[in-house]
Design a protein around this ligand. Structure first.
Ligand code: SAH
Length: 396
């Protein structure tokens, strides 16, 4: 390993690291030793000199160091191999790898798997990597080699999709296959449903894997129902509702490309336009016209709050769309409503939905409280990682 570079914290600023929280904010740093550059692996020291662990350095960012270890263990190939092997083992234990019905999962969920700055999603023998820090970009070769070792014949291609994220950090890189490519008979599946995943042009890594268990719950509430899937993207909830026996499902999104894929996903699972409809519209405008024709409405908007400072505005946005939907929903119908904003926690989201119901003058019951699935784990020491929350509401 090259010369170790060090970050020394101000007095008492080691407390959160001793509790294994992986973020060191720039204001906690007293001094830096050595010619430290963006993306370097640094040793983080307490004010009195003790080594607290190692992490990736990002000058200029508010999170100045993303910790990877919390002792004197070096972050080398052996470390990467063991971290990735452990993440893969957990997904195998969850039945998300190696089976024929489920071949879509998140393999590495950043802080939740002790690898702050790294996301790896898996779609039927293809891994898609997103590096959210320069340090993770510098570790790409080590990550690739660890993935190949951990997955063996369960891995045919690795696609690196980080250019957009790294551009924000002033690093120019290119997206592309860094190992093999998608296999010819590629067929990613979620609980038996086949999904076309647009890795190259789609949002995030191409699919919203985090809704798997919530989609499966919708499947169990869909038989004989008419379902409206608002913010449908490529139709994850729509296809699942159809497979659950829904009479008719309409996917609504403002993106025509997303709707095309939603319809082709419905077709790939045996449904046509008699059972699956596409509505290209702005969600708020459409909801204003009323949704009394549906038995189930799904609202899964993009993150309204990207930061704590945007929280108030985001809450107003959630309240507005939910009260619009609730106003016209028919008695006995169900609302599946979600927020993926990290800055809006469970309690705040529940309060927001309650005030939306009050505004809409509707009596509602909470049937289910929903979260992200276990392949998107939350480190007990980093509660900020719990970002997805949802409620199933019965409208009376
Ligand atoms: N529920 C989806 C993921 C939703 S992602 C799934 O399970 O896969 C959010 C989607 O909202 C995107 O497809 C985006 O195009 C759409 N969107 C964003 N703003 C919108 C608006 N104002 N009206 C309708 N759709 C919108």
């Amino acid at each position: 390993m090259s010369e170790v570079k060090s970050v020394i914290l101000k007095p008492k600023k080691e407390v959160s690291i001793l509790r294994r929280h992986p973020w060191v904010f720039s204001g906690a740093i007293r001094s830096i030793e050595g010619a430290v550059q963006s993306g370097d692996l640094v040793a983080v020291h307490a004010n009195k000199g003790r080594v607290l662990g190692f992490g990736h350095y990002s000058p200029g960012a508010s999170i100045a160091v993303r910790m990877l270890t919390f002792d004197e263990t070096a972050v080398d190939q052996v470390w990467w191999d063991s971290k990735i092997l452990d993440a893969v083992k957990m997904r195998k234990e969850l039945g998300l790898l190696g089976g024929s019905d489920n071949s879509i999962c998140r393999l590495v969920h950043a802080e939740g798997d002790g690898m702050s700055g790294l996301i790896i999603d898996y779609y039927d023998r293809v891994a898609v990597i997103q590096t959210h820090s320069v340090g993770m970009r510098h570790s790409l070769e080590a990550i690739k080699s660890a993935l190949i070792a951990a997955l063996g014949s369960d891995l045919i291609g690795i696609y690196n999709k980080s250019a957009k994220l790294l551009r924000k950090l002033k690093l120019e890189t290119e997206d592309g296959w860094i190992h093999g490519e998608a296999p010819k008979n590629w067929s990613p599946k979620e609980y038996g449903a086949a999904f076309e995943v647009d890795i190259l042009l789609g949002q995030k890594t191409g699919f919203f894997i985090d809704q798997r268990e919530n989609r499966d719950l919708l499947r169990r509430h869909s038989r004989g129902k008419k379902v409206l899937n608002v913010f449908s993207y490529t139709g994850g909830f729509s296809v699942t509702a159809l497979l659950g026996g829904a009479l008719k499902v309409d996917s609504l999104d403002s993106s025509s490309r997303a709707l095309e894929l939603a319809h082709s996903n419905a077709e790939a699972n045996g449904f046509d336009s008699t059972t699956h409809g596409c509505i290209e519209a702005d969600a708020m405008e459409y909801l204003k016209a009323g949704v009394a024709g549906y038995d189930v409405v799904v609202l899964d908007p993009p993150a309204f709050a990207k930061s704590v400072s945007a929280r108030h505005k985001a809450v107003q946005g959630y309240k507005r769309i939910n009260s619009r939907a609730l106003e016209s929903m028919k008695p006995g119908s169900l609302l599946f409503t979600f927020s993926c904003s990290q800055a809006v926690d469970d309690r705040l989201f529940t309060h927001t939905i309650i005030s939306a119901a009050i505004q809409a003058r509707r009596d509602v019951q909470i049937l289910h409280r929903l979260h992200q699935p276990p392949d998107h784990p939350v480190s007990a020491f980093h509660p900020e990682g719990a970002y997805l929350k949802g409620l199933v509401i019965r409208v009376n």
